[in-house]
Structures are given as C-alpha cells and as structure tokens.
Design a protein around this ligand. Structure first.
Ligand SMILES: Cc1cc2nc3c(=O)[nH]c(=O)nc-3n(C[C@H](O)[C@H](O)[C@H](O)COP(=O)(O)OP(=O)(O)OC[C@H]3O[C@@H](n4cnc5c(N)ncnc54)[C@H](O)[C@@H]3O)c2cc1C
Length: 340
C-alpha cells in the first residue's frame, strides 16, 4: 500500500486531471524562470519521463522556490498553435477553460501533482480470490501483483477488463457450486452488538470534534508527510498522528437517523476505513528503507533489492496493523534500475 501513484499534471487548486496527451502532443513544463526544468531531471525523455519522476521534479522545483506563488508550475501548449490545441486537445482545453478560465492555446495552464492510483490493494490470486473464502476483489481495490511498485498509465484496463472478468467468472462458478459453512451464531451476535454499540455507547457528535475534522486532519497528514518525498522522522510522526486521529474517531458516533440513505453514516464508516488505509500506507512507507517505483525516501534514495525486493503485507490485528514481507514472483523480465 505504500506505493501510491501521483499524476504530475492536475489543474492547480482543483486537482482535475490534465491528460498526458498535453505533453504527448509536445507540451512543455516550465518553472517561474520560464525554464523547461525537466532537462535537469530527465534530459532524454524530458516531459515524457514517467509519472513518478515528473511528479518529483515538479515538487522539487516548487520546494526550491522556482514554482509560481510557491505552489504550482506551468504546463505550456501555447507554442502548438490554436488549431492543434482545438483538434488534438479538446478535453484539455475544455477543462482549463471551464475550471480555470484559461484558454491553453493562449496561456499556460497552472498545474500541480496529485494522488492518482493505488498500486497496492487487497491481496488476491489471479482469479480475484482473497484469503477469506467467498470474498473477492478486482480492479484498483485489488492487488493481483501485476504492477509492482509502479504502474504504467492505462494499466487499469488490465485490472478491470482482464482481472475483473476473471473475478466475475470465478464468482459465478463459486456461487453456483460451493456450499458455504454456516455462520457461527457467536459471530453474528458479536457483529450485531458492535453495530448497536456504534449508536448506543459512544459519545455523539460534539461541537469541537466530528468526523469531518478528523478527515481533514488525516488529509493534512498524508499530504504533508506521506506524499511524493518521504523520510523517517515525518513518517514516524505521521503514524503517530494517524493513531491519535483513530483514537478521536473511536469516540465518535454516526449521526442518528434512518439507515437507508444516511449519508452521514456512510461518511462515518468511510472515515474509519480511510484511517486504517492511511495508517498502513504510512506504516509501509516507514518500514521500507529504500526508494523504489512510486515510493521515494529522501533518507534512502537508492533501491535495495537485497532487503526490499518484496511485497509489504499488512494484516489488521487487535492491537493495530501487523506487517510482514512476501516474495515477489519474477517471470520474463528481471527488474533493473531505471535511468533516464
Ligand atoms: C482522473 C482519472 C483518470 C484516469 N485515467 C485513466 C486512464 O486513462 N487509463 C487507465 O487505465 N486508468 C485511468 N485511471 C485509473 C482508473 O480510472 C481506475 O483505476 C479504474 O477506474 C478503477 O476501476 P474500479 O472498477 O476498480 O474502481 P471504480 O471505477 O472506482 O469503481 C468502484 C465502484 O464502487 C462503487 N462503490 C464504492 N463504495 C461502495 C459501496 N460501499 N457500496 C457499493 N458501491 C460502492 C463506486 O461508486 C464505484 O462505482 C484514471 C483515474 C482517474 C482518477
């Protein structure tokens, strides 16, 4: 779960994706000095370097004071001409006009990187089966282990069309053929009790604390401390802060009300899951003392195959998450260091 892909070009302030097509057609990334800064980071590939590298380069430019207002850089397609922009980049033009009031044929688009895709997920086999009989996962939620530590754009087709279909086929087979063990009555009672406790035993919303401020808190932690650049001290602090947010969450109760269409209940449940996921992203990133794919540690900038050519598995236990390492299956292509 520590491998999170950031997309380099989203519209500043809204994080609406500005497609790779803009760079594919010949768009430039420029800093406040008007420099095509990718020449510093990937002189061969320039703007067409992979997403993780371009995202890191943009953040570095901003961090080192060469961004606009200290927050964004420019994606410039003005040199391509109005006709090409209209014909080849109609969606980019529409989005920039609609959400930033900018015509990209005439002015550069302000952009910043943003979280885009989760390489990790629920561990499955290549038929979408998890370790829990009958529970299946497919798509971005699953980890079939085809992406490794990074992901090529477009690979969701593989996830959804290939593995989604396989999971569907297997689910149909299982539903038709398997007889399921009866649920233990103890489990049912425990489950009903914990549901009732949500409403009965916990403190209701208070003015000074609610799940929305907890959600805001975890967003801030993840953005500032578990983003593109990571290092031990910040990750340790992030894990601790997420733990504190979880404690606060434990004192909350969902808003009372009818259960169908109770969006506050949905927000409440999602916030709990969000905290669990953020904890294992930060925890996995802290454990992994190397840089690989989308995971970049400032304090461990090199890849370490000896120690870390492995998966991180996280399991939920009573006292918190438990981490372990799992083997990576290598087939035709030996992994090797990337150079641009
Ligand atoms: C802006 C953007 C552009 C992208 N462009 C590309 C691209 O060009 N090519 C590419 O390959 N990938 C692209 N991706 C990634 C790709 O879109 C996703 O990885 C892919 O759509 C994931 O598919 P999915 O079916 O796994 O999940 P989703 O498409 O997210 O589907 C999950 C569904 O589950 C529903 N759901 C959630 N919770 C519940 C619940 N509790 N009960 C019932 N339903 C629920 C959701 O409403 C949703 O409909 C892009 C992603 C983004 C954000």
């Amino acid at each position: 779960m520590e491998f999170v892909q950031f997309h380099p070009t989203t519209l500043y302030g809204t994080n609406i994706l500005i497609s790779e097509a803009a760079r594919g057609e010949g768009g430039y990334l420029k800093n406040i000095n008007g420099e095509r800064f990718m020449s510093q980071y990937a002189p061969q590939k320039m703007e067409l370097a992979p997403r993780d590298l371009v995202s890191r380069s943009i953040f570095r430019e901003i961090k080192e004071g060469r961004g606009f207002e200290g927050k964004y850089v420019h994606l410039d397609v003005t040199h391509l001409g109005e006709a090409l922009v209209a014909e080849r980049l109609p969606q980019v033009r529409d989005l920039a006009l609609r959400y930033a009031g900018i015509d990209p044929a005439k002015a550069p688009i302000p952009i910043e990187p943003a979280q885009h895709y989760s390489m990790g997920g629920v561990r499955t086999d290549t038929w979408g089966c998890t370790s829990l009989p009958g529970l299946m996962a497919a798509g971005e939620a699953a980890n079939v282990s085809v992406h490794g530590a990074n992901r090529l754009g477009g690979n969701s087709l593989l996830e959804t069309v290939v593995f989604g279909r396989r999971a569907g086929c297997r689910a149909a087979e299982l539903a038709g053929a398997e007889s399921w063990p009866a649920l233990s009555s103890q489990t049912v009672v425990r489950s009903l009790e914990s549901w009732a406790n949500l409403y009965n035993n916990r403190r209701k919303y208070t003015r000074d604390d609610d799940i929305y401020s907890i959600r805001q808190g975890v967003t801030e932690v993840m953005t500032s401390q578990v983003g593109v650049f990571r290092m031990a001290g910040e990750l340790e602090d992030a894990v601790q802060r997420i733990g504190e947010l979880k404690e606060r969450f434990g004192r909350q109760a969902p808003a009372a009300g009818p259960q169908p269409f109770n969006y506050a209940l949905m927000d409440y449940l999602e916030t709990g899951y969000l905290l669990d996921l953020c904890e294992i992203i930060a925890g996995g990133a802290l454990r992994r003392t190397e840089s690989r794919g989308a995971h970049y540690r400032l304090d461990y900038p090199r890849r370490d195959d000896q120690k870390w050519l492995c998966h991180t598995f996280a399991q939920k236990r009573e006292g918190g998450s438990e981490y372990s390492a799992g083997p990576v299956k290598i087939t035709t292509y030996e992994p090797r260091e990337r150079g641009y």
